[in-house]
Ligand binder design. Sequence first.
Ligand code: GTP
Ligand code: MG
Length: 643
Amino acid sequence: MKHVILGTAGHIDHGKTSLVKALTGVDTDRLKEEKERGITIELGFTFLDLPSRIRLGIIDVPGHEKFVKHMVAGAWGIDLVALVIAADEGVMPQTREHLDICKLLKVKKGLIVLTKIDLVDRELLELVKEEVAEIVQDTFLKGAPILAVSSVTGEGIPQLLSTLDLLSQEIEERSPNGVFRLPIDRVFVIKGFGTVVTGTVISGNLSLGETVEVLPPGLEGKVRNLQVYNQPVEKTVAGDRAAINLQGIETSAIERGDVLIRPNTLRPTQLVDAYLEYLPNAPRPLKHRTRQRFHIGTTLTHASIFLLDQEELAPGYGGFVQMRLDRSVVALPQDRYVIRGSSAIQTIGGGVILDSHPEKHKRHSYSVMADLHLLKDGTSEQALCQHIHHSGIRGVTIEDLLNRVEMPPQEIEMMIRKMSEKGDLLLIDPEKVKVIERGQYQRLREMALTQMGEFHQRSPMKSGLAREELRTKLPPELDVKLFQILINDLIQTKEVMLEKDKVRLPGHQVSSVDERGLIKRVEAAVLKGGLQPPSPKGLSEEWGEKEEEVRAIFEHLVHEEVLIKIKSEIYIHRVPLEKLKEELVTYLKSHREITTSQFKETTKVSRKYAIPLIEYFDQIKLTLRLGEKRVLRGTSQGTGENI
Ligand SMILES: Nc1nc2c(ncn2[C@@H]2O[C@H](COP(=O)(O)OP(=O)(O)OP(=O)(O)O)[C@@H](O)[C@H]2O)c(=O)[nH]1
Ligand SMILES: [Mg+2]
């Protein structure tokens, strides 16, 4: 069965609730206060089955100027509006304000219902009709049916019903494929069941037993019971009025204005980009950085409005804005919003959300304006490409994208796969469906090669750099998986060589850098020095070479594991050091222990070298110092006991 949602609109006491009762037999004014004062305060809900088998959900809104905020919440997401005008009073302030709100919310279709015709004569009725035609002239209601009814006598009600039926048939059914979202309009508790929330399913679908999340508090619960129009159901889809019994969430933890979603889909936001239409009847120009009331879904909060391309907005004009919100909301591109004044409370504007997770923008920026123009007037596909492009080398996941464009997730995924196959995108994480634009990848590749070139230039004596070291030279937002892809790609294309866990450019070789053959000379000199080799300073003075150059070669040889630095300024060649190590082990195996002077005697080196050498063997855990003596570590001989 197709579902369509109708909302009422109109000035206080013009007969909205009575009309709903005349149509359905249900009095939607439930509260004691509503009965006592004879006005509607909260939203009222009921439904009607139309002759063409369409179920018409009805949201009855209050007309009182104090409760316009409830009206906005009720009207957000309706398909059809019935603008109710009492024939005996004609057009009144909230008639106009509700009409403005429906315009700003881009309600698709509607009709005008003149009520209380039992109280007026024909002449007056004609006059009111003329007045109505005038106010709807530049709106979506231009040319809409005008019905004259009396809820008291029932006159005109059958005609109203058939008109509603016709209009409902023209309403396009919502796709159940979007991402599930339900702005909560009521929260209450049912004894024995717990928390129940109600709302209109704006998009997507939800089934019994599923886990849901309430945003912005971020609470998770389970769908224990599901009702659509008072009937238990297994599944609810876009366009339904649903009541959901939530297991695991306290009633006190949620409120009207929160949004029910499936976990890990939508994310709340406090910063949005939007196009703002400033109403012609706004009292004064809108200045940059003013604070106003901001309505989206069933949420009401305050927003600081930053005019991005103008100093002020004159009534009747529009412009691009960035809004900082006092409270987190769930918003998606193409969502409509309304702003109302914060001191004189009246509807002054509204429009469309263009980006619900933008960066903080600079004002008067050409590129920001170009982007926003595209988001406003371009297709969803163009918006998708723009967001992928702006994600740069960070890349973007399907989850990021479904928060940035108005497209069902299935469609986003399909587009991404298509673009990857074409080679425009690179899939960096198949599991999360994370992609990066091909052009951005090229940029990253060049960045990596440039970094390596610079590294070789700075450290010509180093054969290459560890992969991790290269990663730290690239932007920190780089995905680990993307880095792997990049390295493998560069190795495969032979633009980078991998040797002993180090990467280098193919043209880089340490020997080619060392034109005067210093490396070989240093190695030979240190080898010749045996256990009492020359220091970098000593050699540079002796040869008349620059000290830092000689020192760099020493460090390079350490890096290459030719020399071992046992202490600052003492570098021993690997060959004599290995030999000494063997001799020491042999000695300790037969003598069990050795003193420093015995060590000095056997090695025949001066104290300056003997102490660092023996300490080096302690350090590499070959020997263990016991007072003045050393023993072999890790053997029973060491401690003199059997282990
Ligand atoms: N004579 C006559 N009285 C009507 C008609 N419709 C409504 N009324 C009366 O007008 C008064 C207001 O009607 P409601 O239906 O409560 O008006 P409303 O638009 O819902 O008011 P709010 O929700 O407070 O904005 C009530 O006393 C109704 O009985 C009608 O067609 N004819
Ligand atoms: Mg009412």
